[in-house]
Write a protein that binds this ligand. Structure first.
Ligand code: HEC
Length: 109
C-alpha cells in the first residue's frame, strides 16, 4: 500500500477512535435543533418553558452540572416520564444539546 494511503488510513482510525470529542456536523446540528423542538418540546413545551417536563430554558439550567445533565438525558429519570435517549442520541450529541440549551440559542427564535 502506498505510504500516503497508509497515513490517511491511520488518520481516519485515529479520528474515529475519539467520537466523544467530535462535534456533530453542521447538518447534524440542524437535525438536533429540530429534534429538541419536536421531541423534547413534546413534553418540555415547544418554547421549552415547561409542560409535562420542567423548563429547559437557560435560567432553569444555570449553574447546573453539565455532566449531570448529560447523564440524566442519556439515562432518563426513573420514576418520571423523562425517557432515556441513549438509544437515539450519542453522548457527544447530548453534550451538544446541553450546551445549546444552556447557551440560550434555543430561546432566540
Ligand atoms: C415523555 C416526556 C418527555 C420527553 C419527550 C422529554 N422529557 Fe425531559 N423530562 C420530562 C419530565 C417529566 C422531567 C421532569 C422529571 C422530574 O420530575 O424531575 C424531565 C426532566 C428533564 C431534565 C431535567 C431538568 C431539571 O431541571 O432537572 C432535562 C435536562 C431534560 N428533561 C431534558 C430533555 C431533553 C434534552 C429531551 C429531548 C432529547 C427531553 N428531556 C425529552 C419529560 C420528558
Amino acid at each position: 500500500m502506498p505510504s500516503s494511503m497508509a497515513r490517511a488510513l491511520a488518520l481516519a482510525l485515529l479520528l474515529s477512535a475519539s467520537p466523544a470529542l467530535a462535534q456533530p456536523s453542521a447538518e447534524r446540528q440542524r437535525e438536533l435543533i429540530d429534534f429538541v423542538r419536536q421531541d423534547c418540546g413534546a413534553c418540555h413545551g415547544l418554547t421549552l418553558k415547561g409542560g409535562l417536563g420542567s423548563p429547559l430554558l437557560p435560567q432553569a439550567l444555570a449553574g447546573r452540572d453539565k455532566e449531570g445533565l448529560i447523564e440524566l438525558i442519556l439515562n432518563g429519570k426513573p420514576g418520571t416520564p423523562m425517557p432515556p435517549w441513549k438509544g437515539l442520541l450519542s453522548r457527544a450529541e447530548i453534550a451538544w444539546i446541553v450546551e445549546y440549551l444552556m447557551s440560550g440559542a434555543a430561546d432566540a427564535r
